[in-house]
Design a protein around this ligand. Structure first.
Ligand SMILES: [Zn+2]
Length: 411
């Protein structure tokens, strides 16, 4: 039995067991198709002492991040999200020309380039070699490293303390949550701010977003469990924002505990919503597994019936979460002959486990399929617009989550 990585408790309750799947970003090249492919268990449990939901750390971040396929700049809405975040943060914190901003897991520099463009000093800390190199080529200073207390102290010694430390979409990705949080504390000035964006377990549970469970996401936070995690490194939560990104995220505004003061009413409100949803007791988790099973049955029924009617279904997108869904449902090329993606890194590769070919997006217009199964359902508004051309031949979009829905797109 695994212990809770935050509080050390052995009181871990099962939330959902998704079987065993390959790492979700391990897209296969053609010459790997005849080789064995390791699969790892994917079983979400919740600690009934501190209520941190978590999976065992079976794949180390070092294995995942050395060559990472995810370049943030390929998502239009994500780039816009970063631009707005920088503009709002500069105003909220009154960051001037003498400020210093550090982003942890800065990816290809998609966020920090907006900081740099405002004449504000910045540094990215990014573990994956190829993505960090892309950031440096784009003119964003980037250190190739994992954040731990020693890295944080090293950056502080060389560059000075940061007025703002940004950690967006990384707080779930680090198995050593305590060491990482201490690293954040080492980076930030004693009167500075830490901004953390991470998926919200409340919406994951409420909206059946089980495909966002994958090996890179070691833990899944409520605001209540995030407060405990931040405390483990000497940070205190001051404010929280609810965001629509990734199907529902929280943006936590924290400060060193001695500078934090009282949390805002928004923190109290979200904590009350989480409590009302039963997430501080087992009752909030017990129905989830049955609802996940229904998502799988509904999607498989649709694909099998479409195939038997002689209709064509192809995929759109090859996000990591798609691979949890495809593997859990057992969808292979007989039911989904290919998917497409805007990221050229993935073209000519195959989805891990299910081995579905990934082609350029133009293939959809060339083939005019009856249905397009949209795997990045979290970009629904953006994609309904972007894929409206499917309507020209009477094609329809299919979203598997929160429940199967078939959308007639207006032209
Ligand atoms: Zn715990």
């Amino acid at each position: 039995m695994t212990r809770c990585r935050l509080c050390g408790s052995e009181a871990m309750a099962s939330v959902v067991d998704l079987g065993a799947t390959p790492p979700c970003e391990s897209f296969l090249a053609a010459d790997q198709l005849d080789l064995p492919e390791p699969a790892y268990p994917l079983h979400l449990r919740v600690c009934t002492d501190c209520w941190l939901a978590q999976i065992p750390p079976l794949i180390t971040p070092e294995e995942t991040f050395t060559q990472y396929a995810y370049f943030s700049s390929y998502s239009t809405s994500w780039v816009e999200h970063a631009r707005t975040f920088v503009a709002d943060s500069v105003q909220r914190l009154g960051l001037g020309a003498d400020a210093f901003v550090v982003e942890v897991a800065s990816n290809d520099g998609y966020l920090l380039k907006h900081v740099r463009d405002r004449g504000i000093r910045c540094l990215g800390v990014e573990p994956s070699v190829n993505v960090g190199a892309a950031a440096r080529e784009a003119g964003v200073p980037t250190l190739t490293a994992f954040l731990d207390p020693a890295t944080g102290a090293g950056v502080r010694a060389e560059h000075g303390p940061a007025d703002l430390v940004v950690a967006n979409n990384v707080y779930a990705h680090i198995p050593d949550v305590v060491g990482f949080t201490r690293g954040l504390r080492a980076l930030v000035a004693d009167d500075g701010w830490v901004s953390v964006e991470v998926q919200h377990l409340l919406t994951l549970i409420e909206e059946n977003q089980y495909d966002t469970i994958y090996h890179e996401h070691f833990q899944y936070y409520t605001v209540a469990s995030a407060i405990r995690a931040l405390e483990s490194g000497g940070l205190a939560l001051v404010d929280v924002e609810l965001l629509p990104t990734h199907g529902g995220s929280i943006r936590l505004w924290a400060r060193p505990a001695e500078a934090a003061g009282e949390p805002t009413a928004r923190v109290t409100d979200v904590l009350a919503r989480e409590k009302a949803a039963g997430l501080q007791e087992l009752s909030g988790y017990t129905e989830f597994s049955a609802r996940v099973a229904k998502v799988r049955r509904d999607l498989l029924r649709f694909l099998v019936e479409a195939a038997e009617r002689g209709e064509t279904v192809v995929g759109y997108g090859a996000p990591g979460k798609g691979n949890t869904l495809l593997n859990h449902c057992g969808i292979r090329p007989d039911l989904l002959p290919y998917t497409v993606d805007r990221n050229p890194y993935k073209h000519g590769r195959f989805t891990p486990g299910t081995r579905i070919p990934i082609l350029p997006p133009e293939q959809i217009a060339a083939d005019k399929p009856d249905y397009v199964l949209v795997l990045p359902w979290n970009l629904r508004a953006e994609l309904v617009e972007q894929l409206s051309f499917v309507h020209e031949w009477g094609g329809r979009l299919v979203f598997p989550i929160p429940e199967l829905s078939i959308v007639e797109v207006a032209s």
